[in-house]
Design a protein around this ligand. Structure first.
Ligand SMILES: Cc1cc2nc3c(=O)[nH]c(=O)nc-3n(C[C@H](O)[C@H](O)[C@H](O)COP(=O)(O)OP(=O)(O)OC[C@H]3O[C@@H](n4cnc5c(N)ncnc54)[C@H](O)[C@@H]3O)c2cc1C
Length: 427
């Protein structure tokens, strides 16, 4: 069923569509187009932030970016407030991570120690254009097969209607779903989130304007409310609610729509690493709650081309030795030179952290400087490979050959240790 194509994207939400838009050699497989944003009212809570990446996307889609400030407020101690002390934000997070029915058990003994106001701006710069319009524009430009993936192996995608061989795979589906259909279980934590679109203003008696309000009091069962239209509002609850519970919690409201997102609140896990020929893109695939549309655009445009890095360094090293000359004496001498340089650069990296016993002068660890030193080690390391004429192909093949051996040794080590424990317990 491939028709010559071996590059696929799983999922037709905004992440899959953006990746497909910037990478036209990829084909999307998804039962729907738009994902969460099919529910147009969710576009009042999922915003297109004003960033260079989102501006570029709108320009590439010929959509006029209309900048706007989203006005955020806080409801605390029965009052709408323009801002809250920075440390009260912890209360907001604690509430968001507690299912609505457990809020009374939330033991958040909060003492205000810092009375300065948060420096976070409550006027969030966004683009006014609703994300469902962006979805429509993207969908016109990409190739989509309407189907659902039910199994993924190391080189094949099985769908409800067929099968596809793949070389490159982008997954935008929630990570727990990916791992399940990949045949591996992963313990990734999340909480469901329920969105209720209702005709009922949660803060009627106020003269303060707002687009979005965070509710901090424990007795209020929802975490935040977005203004959707002049008379309808989107309430967000942590956890699941049935119709009767919603009626009880919002007795005066006319309920227009309800949507529960099983994985709405993602508890970030940076150990969620994809298999070698797979890339995770988007918040739910990467399992990183900070991931937004602008990160998806960045990931879709970025080119991680190792061949050009390889060639760049080799070209630089050609200033110092002639690759046509095979001189075993010189190669051995240069090996010593490069190893010493690698070692020296590695020590420069080490000096960026507090590692010495009795190191009395504490240094601030600077990730930028660590990165620079790490690259310096890498440059000399590449040069050493150049000295012996290793090619990128040699590097890739040897990397995988050695990785399989290391994996095997690692498994064997645990097998042997388990056996020793079994032998001891049975003996
Ligand atoms: C309350 C809330 C607020 C948010 N606010 C923002 C915000 O302000 N700004 C921002 O940028 N982001 C925000 N996000 C994150 C946001 O949801 C995303 O950036 C975006 O909507 C996610 O799109 P997606 O394509 O990654 O996932 P989804 O929209 O979930 O799309 C996943 C797609 O995968 C498909 N799929 C699932 N299973 C399969 C399968 N087996 N086979 C094939 N296809 C499959 C689905 O049908 C769907 O099309 C927010 C999220 C939440 C929950």
């Amino acid at each position: 069923m491939n028709n010559g194509n071996t590059k696929f994207i799983i999922g037709g939400g905004i992440s899959g569509l953006i990746y497909g838009f910037y990478n036209r050699d990829f084909q999307i497989i998804s039962p729907d187009i738009g994902g969460k944003l099919k529910n147009s009212y969710l576009t009042s809570t999922i915003l297109l932030h004003d960033t260079p990446e989102t501006k570029r996307l709108l320009q590439d889609l010929n959509i006029d970016p209309e900048p706007k400030a989203q006005v955020m407020r806080y409801f605390y101690q029965d009052k709408l407030q323009e801002n809250i002390p920075a440390n009260l934000k912890e209360l907001m997070v604690a509430k968001k991570l507690t299912p609505w029915e457990d809020l009374n058990k939330l033991n958040f003994d909060f003492k205000i120690t810092d009375t300065t106001l948060s420096t976070d701006d409550v006027y969030i710069p966004i683009f006014k254009i609703p994300l469902d319009k962006v979805i429509k524009a993207l969908a016109k430009e990409v190739k989509i097969v309407k189907d659902k993936v039910v199994r993924i192996t190391e080189n094949e995608i099985i769908t409800e209607k067929g099968r596809y061989r793949y070389t490159d795979l982008i997954s935008t589906i929630p990570a727990p779903v990916f791992w399940k259909i990949y045949g591996r279980e992963r313990n990734l934590k999340s909480l469901p989130e329920t969105f209720v679109l209702a005709k009922s203003n949660p803060v009627e008696k106020t003269s303060l304007y707002w687009d979005l309000v965070y509710f901090l009091d424990k007795k209020v069962p929802y975490t935040r409310v977005n203004r959707y239209s002049n008379d309808s509002y989107l309430y967000e609850f942590t956890g699941e609610l049935n119709k009767t519970q919603i009626k009880k919690l919002l007795p005066k409201a006319e309920i227009l729509n309800v949507y529960t997102d099983r994985y709405g609140i993602v508890i970030t896990d940076l150990n969620n690493i994809p298999p070698p020929n797979v890339r995770f893109v988007g918040r739910f695939a990467t399992w990183n709650h900070t991931c937004k549309v602008q990160d998806v655009i960045k990931d879709s445009i970025a080119r991680y081309d190792f061949l050009s890095i390889w060639n760049k360094q080799k070209e630089f090293n050609a200033n110092f030795f002639d690759f046509n000359v095979r001189d075993i004496e010189l190669q051995q001498k240069l090996t010593k030179e490069f190893v010493l340089h690698i070692e020296d650069e590695a020590h420069e990296l080490l000096r960026e952290v507090n590692w010495k016993m009795g190191q009395y002068k504490h240094i601030e660890v600077d990730r930028g400087r660590l990165l620079e030193e790490w690259i310096d080690v890498f440059k000399y390391w590449l040069g050493l490979g150049n000295v012996w004429g290793f090619t990128l192909e040699d590097f890739v093949n040897e990397f995988w050959r050695k990785s399989l051996i290391v994996d095997e040794r690692f498994k064997q080590y645990f097998k042997d240790n388990d056996k020793k424990v079994d032998d001891k317990s049975s003996g």
